[in-house]
Design a protein around this ligand. Structure first.
Ligand code: BGC
Length: 757
């Protein structure tokens, strides 16, 4: 009786913890009963089969599906293809358990949106959510029910190529974006035919790779793990994310794929995550390379015991789990729990009840005009204006002759970025096309200037994931026209204004695309210098997945915009901003280094005992400033904003209370524009040293010329806290600083007190 009551209480607690997006399918005892009934019927091999996932279909796939040897497939696309395989699972397999089809939908399925680092700079969670909703609709129309996104790795090191896939450097911004992306993918209910199950990845601290080298060792403190790398994942869990992908790296001596602390203590213990964990590609077998498993069976045992439920791609679970159970090394209860989590997600995804995809959706829901409208808006909102000397921008639509120069100016494929899903180069609008259609009566001369070539790959790791589905084409050709610096100079000489498109090819960023320098690749700097030497006004638009070393450009070029990789509507969005139909509003989601030697550079650093000062015996460099070229949160627009009347409601707040801060923002220029108003705090004295500033709120405010608005922020006292040395979350009493401003480097300053409990 006591046992039964205990079980009921546990069951009710589980239901209470199940997030809203799941509630329809998981929030009822009937589903759990169906899961239990299934598990009871399953043979050992059928249980193991549910934990196996393979990439793409081959000659053996149909047989594996029929025999219940595979629980999930990925990179299998199209309503017809997925329906055919699903039919085998439902009609020919013994237990009729449907297949969960997965795919990497990193910045759109077919409608390619700006790369995530770019859209993070929009500081616009609603629009980001809308873009993921579209991605979910398009992917689900093609039979995909599970996406390996959002990618939530904080990146403080731009050498690391995967910075492009993530939310940047700030844990608060990343957490807001994490929740927005999960909501967009999963909608109100994952079982909705237009929703997909999300997978927050890569859990965790993958972006802290030493030296910025992808897959490299991560050795960080528990405080850093908890305060910087875990928060976006926690936000995703709170938003109801269905699955989590464990990361590749060795984390503090224990690979993330076998890490009981992060997967067990934190994810399932502290956060009560009820969903499923999948490994990264081949990461179970890689436990052998890491040197924590002597053979594949040991690798599987370590991964499943730590809490990795499904094994991606390497087949290790399929080959070893059954004998591990038979030999008594793996308790069947651990296996059953993994199976239960996989089945729970399949029920939540609704595929038991609605296993097939309506093939007509592929024709009506993909790349629609509405989808392109959101893609264009998000691209507009992702462009960061870094410099605008003498207000050279926006350009006059009657500017006369415009020279459009650079290897990325008329390169369709690379506009899409490094992980463009099913994005097609032919769908992309290049900057040259965008400019021509924006100013059809202007004379536009194009010169490629230099060719840009991919870096030779430095390694081919056997068993590694195939190169991501970039749309850059295998030919190696990027952009149109022949390249010659003298031709570009001649074009500039004939023009009234020059717009240059320089940066990286999409394939220079992303997975396994770390760089040791931040230079403009190839001969682009020579091209830039030659064009600037003409004396013509030059606007430089950078396209890249990371901040580049642009010290020379910043000293010599009139205007600079960071355009990242903006997706299918890149050229239109760039032209909208260049010619002032839209005022730029994006902000940097990272600190932009002067040079590679400053890395890692982040605004939320500790003060040290010897904060940077001109005096020598302080933290800094002899030969370089410690300040970034542009700070986190920075970005200009075509008007000016004045901040005033900071009001901090300070009656002494408690951890249970709320902090209210208000400031008045006025548009003091002549154009309508959007300001991203930012709120930062700093706890002056705490048991552990605190960052000099931490973002705790932001708000996009659009104001007409002359208009002003009081912008108010509420921060929960609980969110002002930090971890003490025993890693307990506390809200230390005492005086705190607060700023409201346009970036992490500026702002109106006030203080408030937190009172003891
Ligand atoms: C990447 C993951 C991705 C997986 C499947 C891996 O190499 O690290 O981000 O989801 O491949 O394509």
């Amino acid at each position: 009786m006591v046992r039964v009551r205990g079980a009921i209480i546990i069951f009710v607690l589980i239901l209470l913890a199940i997030p809203a997006a799941w509630s329809q399918s998981l929030g009822n005892a009937a589903t759990e009963q169906r899961i239990n009934a299934l598990i009871q019927q399953m043979t050992l091999d059928e249980k193991v089969g549910q934990l196996v996932q393979y990439s793409s279909a081959n000659g053996q796939t149909e047989g594996q599906v029929r025999d219940g040897k595979v629980g999930s497939l990925f990179n299998v696309l199209g309503a017809q293809t997925t329906n055919d395989l699903q039919k085998i699972a439902l009609e020919k397999s013994r237990l009729k358990i449907p297949i969960l089809f997965g795919y990497d939908v990193i910045h759109g399925y077919r409608t390619t949106f700006p790369v995530p680092i770019a859209s993070a700079g929009s500081f616009d969670p609603e629009l980001i959510e809308a873009s993921e909703r579209i991605a979910a609709k398009e992917a689900s129309a093609a039979g995909v029910k599970w996406v390996f996104a959002p990618m939530l790795d904080i990146a403080r090191d731009p050498r690391w190529g995967r910075m492009v896939e993530g939310p940047g450097q700030d844990p608060y911004l990343a957490s807001v974006i994490a929740a927005a992306r999960v909501r967009g993918f999963q909608g109100q209910n994952m079982a909705d035919p237009e929703s997909v199950v999300a997978s927050a990845k890569h859990y965790v601290a993958y972006g802290a790779a030493e030296g910025g080298r992808d897959y490299n060792t991560v050795d960080i403190s528990e405080q850093l793990l908890r305060e910087v790398y875990l928060p976006p994942f926690h936000a995703a869990v709170k938003a109801g994310v269905g699955t989590i992908m464990a990361s590749f790296e060795d984390l503090n001596g224990v690979p993330a794929t076998a890490n009981h602390h992060t997967l067990g203590d934190i994810l399932r213990g502290e956060w009560n995550f009820q969903g499923m964990v999948v490994s990264d590609y081949g990461a179970v077998d890689e436990l052998m390379q890491h040197g924590v498993a002597g053979d594949e069976a040991m690798a599987s045992l370590k991964a499943i015991s730590a809490g990795v439920d499904m094994d991606m791609a390497d087949g290790a679970y399929g080959r070893t789990l059954a004998s591990l159970v038979q030999s008594g090394k793996l308790p069947v209860s651990v296996l059953d729990e993994a199976v239960r989590r996989v089945l729970r997600i399949k029920f939540a995804a609704g595929i038991f009840d609605h296993p097939y995809t309506d093939p007509s959706r592929e024709k009506t829901e993909i790349l629609t005009p509405e989808n392109l409208t959101v893609a264009r808006k998000l691209a507009q909102e992702s462009i960061v204006l870094l410099r605008n000397q003498n207000n050279i921008l926006p350009l006059n639509k009657n500017a006369g002759t415009i020279a459009v120069i650079g290897p990325l100016a008329d390169d369709q494929a690379d506009q899409l970025g490094p992980w463009a899903g099913q994005g097609k180069a032919e769908d992309a609008v290049t900057p040259l096309q965008g400019i021509k259609s924006k100013v059809p009566n202007a004379k536009v001369i194009y010169a490629k200037g230099v060719d840009l070539e991919d870096f030779p790959s430095n390694s081919t790791v056997s068993g590694a994931a195939p190169a991501p589905a970039t749309a850059t084409g295998a030919s190696g050709a990027h952009g149109t026209g022949s390249a010659s610096i003298p031709d570009a100079v001649e074009a500039a000489n004939k023009a009234d204004v020059v717009v240059m498109f320089l940066g990286e090819l999409a394939g220079m960023t992303g997975e396994a695309s770390s760089r040791a320098t931040l230079n403009l690749p190839g001969k682009q700097k020579e091209l830039l210098e030659a064009v600037v030497a003409t004396g013509k006004p030059v606007v430089l638009v950078l396209e890249s997945g990371r901040p580049l070393d642009i010290r020379w450009a910043n000293d010599h070029v009139s205007a600079i915009m960071q355009g990242w990789f903006l997706g299918v509507q890149a050229g239109n969005a760039i032209a909208d901003v260049l010619f002032g139909d839209v005022s730029p509003s994006a902000r940097l989601p990272l600190s932009w280094p002067l040079s590679v030697g400053q890395i890692p550079i982040y605004y939320d650093h500790k003060n040290t005992g010897r904060p940077t000062s001109p005096d020598r015996w302080h933290t800094g460099y002899l030969d370089e400033s410690s300040q970034p070229l542009f700070p986190f949160g920075y970005g200009l627009t075509y008007t000016t904003f004045k901040y005033g009347n900071l009001h901090v409601e300070n009656s002494g707040i408690s951890a249970k209370g709320d902090l209210h801060v208000t400031a008045e923002i006025q548009n003091t220029g002549t154009r309508e524009a959007t300001e991203v108003v930012q709120l930062y705090v700093h706890d002056r004295v705490a048991p552990t040293s605190r960052p000099v500033k931490e973002l705790k709120g932001f708000s996009r405010v659009t104001l007409a010329p002359g208009a002003s608005k009081a912008v108010s922020f509420t921060v929960h006292g609980e969110d002002l806290g930090s971890y003490d040395p025993q890693m307990k979350w506390i809200v230390p009493p005492g005086t705190y600083d607060v700023w409201i401003g346009p970036s992490s480097a500026e702002g109106l300053h006030g203080t408030f007190d937190v009172t003891p409990e």
